[in-house]
Structure formats: structure tokens, C-alpha cells
Design a protein around this ligand. Sequence first.
Ligand SMILES: NC(=O)c1ccc[n+]([C@@H]2O[C@H](COP(=O)([O-])OP(=O)(O)OC[C@H]3O[C@@H](n4cnc5c(N)ncnc54)[C@H](O)[C@@H]3O)[C@@H](O)[C@H]2O)c1
Length: 274
Amino acid sequence: MTEISGKVAFVTGAASGIGLALSKSLLGHGAKVMMSDIDEELLIKEFQSLNNPNVAMTVCDVSKPNSVSAAAEQTIKTFSKVHHIFNNAGVSLAGFPGKIALEDWKWITDINLMGVVYCTEKFLPLMLSHGESGHITNTASMAGHVAAVGMGPYFATKYAVVGYSEALRAELGTTNIGVSCLCPTWVKSNIHNTISKSPVAGKNDKYKKSKSYEIVKALIENGMDAEVYAELCIKGIKSDRLHIFNDPAAREAMTERHKLLQKDYDQNLVDLEK
Ligand SMILES: NC(=O)c1ccc[n+]([C@@H]2O[C@H](COP(=O)([O-])OP(=O)(O)OC[C@H]3O[C@@H](n4cnc5c(N)ncnc54)[C@H](O)[C@@H]3O)[C@@H](O)[C@H]2O)c1
């Protein structure tokens, strides 16, 4: 059983959507929470509205190692220790292959993948240093298990986060630090608008006219309440579950992918024997 009550949790992307809901759930389950986000204005607004002595905030851009180090220092200065990290900050990016600017590819990779790596590398030694149990929770996506058209860079980073989480879980198996990987589908948030912050595609509103933007926007707006998903996550983390899904409808697509993998694998074995 992973303990939450009385523990200190560092949450990235905490000013909106899933990160904000996780911060509220953690507080509700008795944790102390360091909320962090790149969006200072929104972070201050949400932090102040919580009005809770067990929460603090620090501005942090997860794509910048120096910013992550400063956030770690602030967390220790505020709460003395850290037990849980929620590597949740993320952005989306759509586009047809061959038409996606490399600067945008770098932008999404630096946040969605390297942000998780920077925080883990910085915080894990601090989590191990005091000997008390803790947990790393990485927000991937259902898009880390099944890929489709429209959002190649997003799928690539999320597959990477699933792989990294599984490797971390194996690596930390002999320690008292657990690892979970959040794999949500369609949770109410602002994720569909994060492309506006990308260095090239975000320069104009063209992306808003694409069919894939309209579809994703509608699915997000009609998605699961972030608070409901956050509670499901806390339940999964308490049970030390590796993958935390929320969408019964997406299971079939994952099964189809696994069937395809096995079919290709078996065919290759047949080819080997020829
Ligand atoms: N909402 C969904 O349906 C869904 C589905 C699958 C995965 N996810 C993942 O959930 C996570 C949270 O996203 P959300 O849906 O709550 O979206 P959101 O846009 O509401 O929240 C993301 C937060 O991350 C912050 N952020 C962006 N860049 C950052 C950076 N460089 N450093 C620090 N913070 C940064 C944003 O300011 C924002 O507050 C993301 O990793 C996203 O990919 C969401």
C-alpha cells in the first residue's frame, strides 16, 4: 500500500486540468503539496483559491534543468523532504509528417519526455536520501499505448514515457520507491490549446482550423471530470498499480495492437525458419 497521508508531493503542470485535480486530491488524502507550473499567473490564481496551509507553489519550466533544480530546492526548503513526484506537465502537437517544424518537435520532446527525465533525475536522489517510502507518477496517455493519425509527436513522446516508466519500475524494484504511469483518455482540461505555446505552429491560429483540433477539443470538453480521474489515480497509486487507465472503450484498441504485435512476431519466427 503506497502511503499518501503525511507525505510531501511535488506536482508539475499543477495549474490546470489533471495536475490541478491531482493536487486537490493529494491534499484531500492528507499530503502536503508543492504545486508547480510554467504559467505563473494561473498557478498563483489556483494556489490562492486553494487557501490551504498544506500547499505551496513554485514556478517551474520542466524543460529547463536549472528551473527543475530551483523547484527541488524550493520544495526541500518549504517541506524539508519530498516523497512523491507527479511528472504531469505536458503539451500537445498535431501535424502531418513532413510539415511539422523541427523546433516544434524539440519543444514537445523537451517538455513531455525530457521534463519527466529532468524531474526524476533531480528528485529521485532526494526521495531516496531520507529512507522513507515514496512514489514516482508519470503522466503518459492512452496515446502511449495506441497510435493513430494526426498527432505523431504527441504519440512518440507518450510511448517514450510509458517505456521510461516501465524501466524505472524495474530499476527501483529493490527500493521503497514505487512507480505508476497515468494513461488517461479524454479528461476535461486545456491540453488541446497547449499547441498555441509551440514555437512554430503556435505562431498563428491555423491549427484551430484543422479537423483534428476540432475533434480533440470536442472529446476533451466532453471528457471525464479531472477530479474523478485524479481520485482514480490516487486509488491506483495506493495499490501500487503500474498503469492507470480510465476508458473502457479504448481497451479494444490496445487489444488489437497486441494482436498485431504477436502476429508480426510469429510471422518473423516463421520467416527465420525458412
Ligand atoms: N486531458 C486529457 O484527456 C489527457 C489525456 C492523456 C494524457 N494527458 C496528459 O495529462 C497531462 C496534463 O495535461 P492536462 O490534460 O491536464 O492539460 P492542461 O493543459 O490543462 O494542463 C497542463 C499544464 O502543464 C503546464 N505546462 C506546459 N508546459 C510546461 C512546462 N514546460 N513546464 C511546466 N508546466 C508546463 C501548463 O501550463 C498546464 O497548466 C499532460 O501530460 C497530458 O499530455 C491528458
